[in-house]
Design a protein around this ligand. Structure first.
Ligand SMILES: [Zn+2]
Length: 234
């Protein structure tokens, strides 16, 4: 699907924030997905980048980054606002109640998360790094299942992720399953949710057997906890 991308910088004022917010809501209502990123530096709000791409879901895709919570409090409550603060930067992400993985199943029969999505200290280098998925504790050889109907778009292997599988879903999301020991599907296979697609393992760079589970949308990693409560940080 071709994307229509609009990028522009605007000077941020409270009025502009409200205008941006209105654009988000409008696009969501008419079925466009909108991502609004507002860069924040030590001088405060500085620049805005908007990507308006062709039809996708609803507010789930309208992400906004603001530095000032007060601006937010004047805006109507949509459903949920996620907040993440790192190195003095605070990110707020709008979410709708629409869950594109409404009746999805877990990728493995385990609810133990050994590493959550987001910034963390890399277990090998100690440096701060962004963890783009959740690590789910499972013994080697555990069944890994497709979380949702879709098509297998990748069955491959690399040094860090080890053996991995990617599935593209009709809702536009891609699910990724890493550090596998073996795959039971091939590229091009159609899978249904709950189908066993692989056995978990310890391939690639790991500190022990686990499943690295990741969701991507428009080339951006999305926190699986948005859809699977069991993977949320307490
Ligand atoms: Zn991981």
């Amino acid at each position: 699907m071709r994307k229509r991308i609009t990028r522009r910088k605007i000077r941020l004022s409270e009025r502009n924030l409200k205008n941006l917010y209105t654009i988000c809501i409008t696009c969501c209502i008419i079925g466009l997905s909108v991502t609004v990123l507002i860069r924040v530096d030590k001088n405060g709000l500085s620049a805005v980048q908007t990507d308006i791409s062709s039809a996708k879901n609803s507010l789930k895709d309208a992400a906004a980054v603001f530095s000032n919570q007060e601006n937010f409090s004047e805006m109507p409550d949509i459903s949920k606002i996620m907040e993440e603060t790192y190195l003095g930067q605070t990110e707020y992400v709008f979410q709708s109640n629409t869950n594109p993985f409404n009746d999805a199943v877990l990728p493995a029969n385990s609810q133990t998360v050994s590493s959550f999505f987001g910034f963390r200290n890399d277990p090998f280098t100690g440096a701060t790094a962004f963890h783009s998925g959740v690590d789910i504790s499972v013994d080697e050889g555990t069944d890994i299942t497709a979380i949702y109907d879709g098509k297998v778009t990748e069955v491959s292997e690399n040094d860090t992720g080890g053996k991995y599988i990617e599935i593209e879903h009709p809702n536009g999301y891609i699910s990724y399953y890493g550090h596998l020991s073996s795959s039971e599907v091939q590229i091009g296979d159609d899978v249904s949710k709950g189908d066993v697609i692989a056995k978990s393992g310890n391939t690639g760079v790991t500190t022990g057997p686990h499943l690295h589970f990741e969701l991507k949308y428009n080339d951006r990693a999305v926190d699986p906890a948005e859809f699977f409560d069991v993977y949320a940080k307490n």
